[in-house]
Write a protein that binds this ligand. Structure first.
Ligand code: RP5
Length: 166
C-alpha cells in the first residue's frame, strides 16, 4: 500500500497534528511524521517533496501555523495531492495560518482543512488512498455508518424528551 506523509513546521504543532497520525494508525495506513519547515529548513522541504512520489507516498499532509507556507512550499515541488492543516499557534487564532495555507495561486492546489483540522486531513488522505485500496474504502464506509448511527441515537433522545405527546 502507498504511504501518507505527515509534515509539520515545528514540533510545537504535534499536539494538534497527533490526531492525524492517530487516525491513520486506526485505519492501518502506513505513514511517516517529519518536522520540516518551509522557512527554517527549506532545502529539506524541497528535497522531501521532490522525492515523495518515488518514495511511495500517495499524499502529503502539511501542518503549519503563523505564516504557514509549508503546504504551499511542498506543493511547489510535487504533483502529489497536498493537504494543508492551518495550525492555531499564534495570537491571531490560526486565521493567519488558514489564509496562508488556503490562498494558493491558480495551478498550485492545496486541499486545506479547517484550523486544527488534523483528523479531517487524515480522513481526506485515506479517501485519496481508498481509490486504489478497497480495504480502506470499506473501513471508511463503516466509520460513516457508525457516525450516522450515533447521530440517529442522539436525535431519538431529543425527540423522546421534547416531542409534544397527546
Ligand atoms: C510555524 O511556526 C510552525 O508550524 C509553528 O506552528 C509556529 C511556531 O513554531 P515554533 O516557534 O514553536 O517552533 O512555522
Amino acid at each position: 500500500m502507498k504511504k501518507i506523509a505527515i509534515i509539520m513546521g515545528s514540533d510545537s504543532d504535534w499536539p494538534i497534528v497527533k490526531a492525524a497520525a492517530d487516525q491513520l494508525k486506526e485505519l492501518d495506513i502506513p505513514h511517516c511524521v517529519r518536522v520540516i519547515s518551509a522557512h527554517r529548513s527549506p532545502l529539506a522541504a524541497a528535497e522531501f517533496s521532490k522525492n515523495a512520489r518515488e518514495m511511495g507516498y500517495a499524499a502529503i499532509i502539511a501542518a503549519a501555523g503563523k505564516a504557514a507556507h509549508l503546504a504551499g512550499a511542498i506543493a511547489a515541488n510535487t504533483t502529489l495531492p497536498v493537504i494543508g492543516i492551518p495550525v492555531k499557534s499564534s495570537t491571531l487564532d490560526g486565521l493567519d495560518a488558514l489564509l496562508a495555507t488556503v490562498q494558493m495561486p491558480s495551478g498550485m492546489p492545496v486541499a486545506t482543512v479547517a484550523i486544527d483540522g488534523a483528523k479531517n486531513a487524515a480522513l481526506l488522505a485515506a479517501q485519496i488512498l481508498s481509490v486504489s485500496e478497497p480495504e480502506i474504502a470499506d473501513k471508511l464506509a463503516l466509520m460513516r455508518r457508525d457516525m450516522t448511527e450515533k447521530v440517529t441515537l442522539k436525535d431519538q433522545k431529543f425527540q423522546d424528551e421534547f416531542s409534544y405527546k397527546i
